[in-house]
Write a protein that binds this ligand. Sequence first.
Ligand SMILES: *Cc1c(COP(=O)(O)O)cnc(C)c1O
Ligand SMILES: [Zn+2]
Length: 416
Amino acid sequence: MSETYELHCRQCGRHLGNAPVAMCDECIAPLEVAFDLASLRGRLTREKIAERPESLWRYRELLPIPADARPDLPVGFTPLLDSPRLAGRLGLSRLQVKNDAVCLPSLSFKDRVVAVALERARAFGLHVVGCASTGNLANAVAAQAARAGMEAWVFVPAGIEPTKIVASAVYGARVVPINGSYDQVNRLCSLVADQFRWGLVNVNLRPYYAEGSKTVAFEIAEQLGWRLPDNVVVPMAGGALISRMRKGFSELAAVGLVEPKPVKFFGAQATGCSPISTAVKQGLKFPEPQKPHTICHSLAIGNPADGHEAIDTIVSTGGWAEDISDEEIIAGMQLLAETEGIFTETAGGVTVGVAQKLIAQGRIGPDETTVLAITGNGLKTTEALAGRTQLLPVVEPRLAAFEALLAGVGVPVATR
Ligand SMILES: *Cc1c(COP(=O)(O)O)cnc(C)c1O
Ligand SMILES: [Zn+2]
């Protein structure tokens, strides 16, 4: 290999060099990026990583970007927070939250995958980039393309949250609302990528895009003191995040940055779009496509591109998958906000609510090290909470009026 990585088909084992393609043309399986890990052993050390700026680029040798690329946008390296109040409410002795609600620049974990995909697009000489998106990905592509001086076209289902449309269009990206489901948008994008030779990050650049997900795993390991957790609970849409987090942990072990250790992967979906969790519960190897109907638009992918890989990740690590109702999603968002001061979008509500369910099922033990992947910011999906938060009545600006209000609502008040 001229680079230290190249595309690889896990199905037939062929190596295919580097090109903007997502599928093996022999077996129609999704391609993956394989690294020459042996060449990195002992060369990429904890000390070397620690000296670098706090962003996902500190792991650059394990990302499929050109060897001489030195991107400077501070994407990733989000907080891993001890979350004792949430742990207590869930009946655990400890719990960690990986908070990508504050991932820069666009406040979701999608900034990670886009950062890697745009470096790759540049290396391939593709100057127009884009994506098929349920919202967060469009935001990330639009923001990062603006800074990179690239033209961006983002395709979204017409029904997504208005905030997510504004948060793409503001960067000057062309936002194309499609009268159809995400899966229809995705099929259209495959045709567009071929026809115009554009770099559509989750379509023809998908294997490279997916590698950005590994950085969540790299950071969790480093932030735990170069140790692996016992369990991770991860929201699933197309299935790239969960499957590439596993790849990330095993690459760290292969290059000698952590001791190898089994990590159980737990996948989380909304019941209204649960092709992967349903397949896990039914013992299927491939998901059966669904027509999504849930408030959690960011996870509403009915025909997940990495569905088989996600199922394999969950089953082969001894984890499990669950799904919850829209009501439970909202309760999960509120629980995280009230206990840990983190306002997450609906996908984070899915993670918290599913974790609660898995704990009740006895699948996650109280004294194990468990990390919840919180992947997006609540300010983007405030619609989900419409009518759910309580405002007190308007009060005249007088002390007596405020005291009357207190008497009226019967709130016990601490006084001096
Ligand atoms: C896209 C997305 C996910 C899931 O990502 P996949 O890699 O497609 O499974 C999770 N959370 C949020 C907020 C997302 O936008
Ligand atoms: Zn193949």
